[in-house]
Design a protein around this ligand. Structure first.
Ligand code: FAD
Length: 439
């Protein structure tokens, strides 16, 4: 049975009944993280009365237009010694893979300092181990979630192909691949005289001249991330999860319940409250005394209509920081990171720059009639999410900061948060994701 909310169906306002009853759980944010949690809570019977608060619409944030990849092999943090070497050359190129708006530098400086500290080898190693464990749980949990929402057929387990234009580029990537091998991740390199034939088997129609490629089989994509989140929302609604359009302003733990103050002066109550508000979550943790260094890595893409290219699987162009993905019946070209905060207007020239490069690599790509999009990745300096209780009160749980891997890790995050709400020990050691790791 397909249960799906209509695209951008308006959410109802908070009612008097919502304000009068105590919910078992109030979830703030209707992105892939918040809704996966809401669904898991009702499926596992850990909460029967669940209220989801969303200030906009279902999947209004990063969960709407992302690249749709279950990037289970993406285990290394962005802050690595390798990236720090490239940063100076990238940073002030407004159309490069990683850019920074100069006016935002003073605001960003404390985060960058933590990012630099996170790139120290011992910390990279610890983050990689934690990310591997979370991604491993995610791979199994994703199948459980997709099954629960009848979306297994939306998953394409076609792997991912990384493409390198020079041998030196490929060689520079080998350390990262060996780190993945050490964590049990499977891949195949192609390099040498027959590289062109091997690449053409994985993806015909690429421009000639790629010096090497690496194929990762354990990588999957979803037909359309927005449709998936709508599907999860539909299944939540069919199990009596209530949705209300409201902006949460502050959270106050009281003796018997936790109060959530909303814009307009209304208050709702929950036995548990989950903050899953993506890149805006730290605005809410302040009211609980937790100062979490959440930033946004803004990302851009263009979705081309069906028929744009016969794409067999997701392609990654690591030197350029973007991917090309079969998604939404067409092709989505995008990625990159822009450090410019939550308020600066989008610079869609970044989408256009990636599309131009994609056309160079895929000469038959039809680049007309695309739709451009920008999303706010919620990112911590060590590339790990925050999953765990607030310092002041364990009835408030945090589930945000998944950076480039929010879709990938959504189902595992939901299982962990549900276990915490049920008073059980999660199947995974969550110390590395603690909100307290930044003190
Ligand atoms: C270009 C791009 C490509 C990406 N590709 C991938 C990929 O291939 N694979 C992958 O795993 N990840 C990918 N990501 C990352 C992924 O999209 C995010 O990590 C994920 O969507 C975060 O989900 P979320 O639910 O935490 O946040 P969001 O989807 O942003 O949802 C947060 C919600 O909270 C709401 N909200 C905020 N504040 C409040 C408040 N005070 N009260 C009520 N509601 C509030 C917002 O309106 C929003 O709807 C990509 C991101 C980008 C930008």
């Amino acid at each position: 049975m397909v249960v799906e909310l209509a695209p951008d169906a308006p959410l109802p306002p908070v009612t008097t009944a919502d304000a009068e009853q105590v919910h078992d759980a109030v979830v703030i944010g209707a992105g892939v993280i918040g809704l996966s949690i809401a669904l898991r809570l009702v499926l596992a019977n850990s909460a029967r009365r669940v209220l989801v608060l969303e200030r906009d619409s279902v999947a209004a944030g990063a969960s709407r237009g992302n690249a749709g990849a279950y990037a289970f092999s993406d285990i290394e943090p962005l802050a690595s010694p390798g990236i720090l070497r490239k940063v100076p050359r990238w940073l002030f190129n407004p159309l490069g893979p990683l850019s920074l708006r100069p006016g935002y530098l003073p605001t960003l400086a404390p985060w960058l300092w933590r990012f630099w500290r996170a790139s120290q080898p011992a910390r990279v190693s610890a983050s990689t181990t934690a990310q591997t464990a979370l991604n491993r749980l995610s791979a199994a949990a994703t199948l459980r979630l997709l099954d629960a929402v009848d979306a297994t057929s939306m998953l394409h387990q076609d792997g991912n192909l990384h493409l390198y234009e020079s041998t030196s580029q490929w060689k520079a990537s080998l350390r990262g691949w060996e780190a993945r091998r050490a964590h049990g991740i499977d891949f195949e390199h192609a390099h040498g005289p027959h590289v062109a034939e091997r690449i053409a088997q994985w993806q015909p129609g690429l421009a000639p001249g790629f010096a090497a490629a690496t194929f990762v089989p354990g990588w999957a994509t979803i037909d359309d991330p927005h449709q998936l989140v709508r599907r999860i929302a539909g299944h939540c609604a069919s199990r009596s999860v209530r949705f209300a359009r409201a902006t949460a302003k502050a959270i106050t733990p009281l003796s018997a319940v936790v109060a959530v103050q909303l814009d307009g002066g209304c208050v709702v109550f929950g036995r548990h409250v989950v903050i899953a508000a993506g890149a805006w979550s730290h605005h809410l943790t302040h009211s609980l005394g937790d100062d979490i260094p959440l930033e946004t890595e803004r990302g851009y893409n263009t979705t081309l209509p069906p028929g744009a290219f016969d794409l067999r699987r997701q392609l990654t162009f690591p030197a350029h920081g973007f991917v090309v993905t079969p998604v939404a019946g067409g092709v989505r070209v995008g990625g990159a990171v822009e450090l410019a905060g939550l308020n600066a207007p989008p610079n869609y020239q970044r989408s256009d720059a990636m599309l131009t490069k994609a056309k160079r690599f895929l000469p038959a790509l039809k680049v007309e009639d695309g739709t451009r999009w920008m999303g706010f990745r919620p990112s911590l300096p060590d590339s790990l999410p925050v999953i765990g209780p607030a310092r002041k009160d364990s009835r408030v749980l945090y589930a945000f900061g998944h950076g480039h891997l929010g879709l990938t890790q959504s189902a595992a995050t939901a299982e962990i948060v549900e276990a915490l709400i049920a008073g059980q020990t999660p199947t995974l050691d969550i110390a590395a994701f603690s909100p307290r790791r930044f003190v």
